[in-house]
Design a protein around this ligand. Structure first.
Ligand SMILES: Nc1nc2c(ncn2[C@@H]2O[C@H](COP(=O)(O)OP(=O)(O)OP(=O)(O)O)[C@@H](O)[C@H]2O)c(=O)[nH]1
Ligand SMILES: [Mg+2]
Length: 351
């Protein structure tokens, strides 16, 4: 499976897992609203005890006997033993397994003799006695966009972009359509509105401000009737309590939502509020990807270190996070084509 195409497919610490098709919108487990707003000014947000997250740490504490698999899904050795090999007849009526073993025997006969003094290869020390790695040490490799894909993505975002609607409550949002949608969330002043302007090459399409808490509504935009983009009010500093419930309800129920982009300032790294929202998304099985903003403010060395730190935290804790952190600057336009290409893949847009 191409993980890039997993529109709502999930990366788990156990690798990639396609979420059941029936699990969108209302079919998902009902979400208990946080008792404290996600958007409270302090970073200690969302304290609901009833969030249906898949907190593996807690689960293992509650039941120490229960094993939590943290690596790629691997076939159980017992299971492998339990299922007997299927006997398939080849065209000559012979047992295929026997035919294969015969040809292997011939290969052995033909193979040059290995000198008896040749030392046997030893497994790397980390793998000694540990057949199945317990957890990922890094993101699994996902190929970046090719130059052709970047060029196409660049062209796509030059299609006419327009404002559709602002919504202050869930019943005001535009009707759920067949157009794929992506949403941008993040702390106040992180650069969400500027990023949408950058992506669609229109400086004034979305209003931006140096004052945090500027965007107060969910703002819907569309590109050439093909893709919908949603700018959200920020969480954290200078945000309002009621925005949290509105944003979460939207994220939980929007059927054409293909991916949520969580914007993070690399100079500050992941904050508690970012981790909280990721846990909520993990608990609901919603696919998200982290985008580092304002990368023009960091030297390449500092940016690389900051990115590595964010990735390490995601590898450790995140479940439904797409395993590729992108970096952008709305000011210098760096990284915009990579993000455009990622959005096109997430939205499974063909052109
Ligand atoms: N240097 C630099 N500044 C940026 C970049 N993106 C945004 N900014 C600045 O950051 C400030 C906040 O940008 P916004 O796009 O309004 O941020 P926001 O996340 O929409 O903020 P809220 O609506 O308040 O949640 C503005 O002063 C922008 O000019 C960037 O890539 N580089
Ligand atoms: Mg804004």
């Amino acid at each position: 499976m191409n993980p890039q195409n997993s529109a709502r497919g999930l990366r788990t610490r156990a690798g990639f897992r396609r979420r059941p098709t029936s699990s969108t919108g209302p079919d998902r487990a009902p979400f208990d609203r946080p008792t404290t707003s996600l958007l409270s000014e302090s970073e200690s947000v969302v304290t609901s005890g009833a969030i249906p997250t898949t907190n593996t740490k807690k689960a293992s504490q509650a039941d120490p006997g229960r094993k939590i698999q943290r690596g790629f899904p691997t076939p159980s050795p017992t299971h492998a033993r339990e299922s007997p090999p299927r006997l398939i007849k080849d065209s000559s009526g012979r047992n295929a397994a026997r035919a294969i073993s015969d040809s292997m025997a011939q290969d052995r006969i033909r193979a040059p003799k290995v000198a008896s003094s040749t030392p046997k290869p030893t497994p790397p020390s980390s793998a000694k006695g540990e057949k199945f790695p317990k957890k990922l040490q890094a993101f699994p490799f996902v190929p970046g966009a090719t130059s052709g894909e970047l060029a196409k993505a660049h062209k796509f975002f030059f299609l006419p972009a327009e404002f559709v609607k602002s919504a202050t409550s869930i019943d005001m949002i535009p009707e759920n359509t067949a157009i794929p949608e992506v949403a941008f969330i993040g702390r106040s002043n992180i650069g969400k509105s500027s990023l949408i302007n950058g992506l669609v090459n229109r400086n004034g399409l979305v209003k931006t401000s140096s004052k945090p808490g500027h965007t107060r509504m969910m703002n819907f935009f569309k590109i050439g009737e093909r893709l919908s983009l949603v700018d959200m009010p920020g969480y954290g500093w200078k945000s309002r309590d009621e925005w949290g419930g509105m944003i979460l309800e939207y994220l939980q129920t929007r059927k054409n939502l293909k991916r949520i982009y969580i914007l993070v300032d690399p100079s500050h790294g992941l904050k508690e509020s970012d981790s909280q929202i990721m846990k909520l998304l993990d608990g609901s099985g919603l696919s998200y990807q982290v985008v580092l903003t304002k990368v023009d403010r960091l030297s390449p060395t500092k940016y690389t270190a900051a990115k590595a730190e964010v990735e390490a935290a995601l590898v450790e804790d995140a479940i439904c996070c797409f395993p590729m952190v992108l970096g952008v600057s709305s000011k210098t336009k760096d990284g915009l084509d990579e993000l455009r290409a990622a959005i096109i893949k997430a939205g499974q847009l063909s052109f």
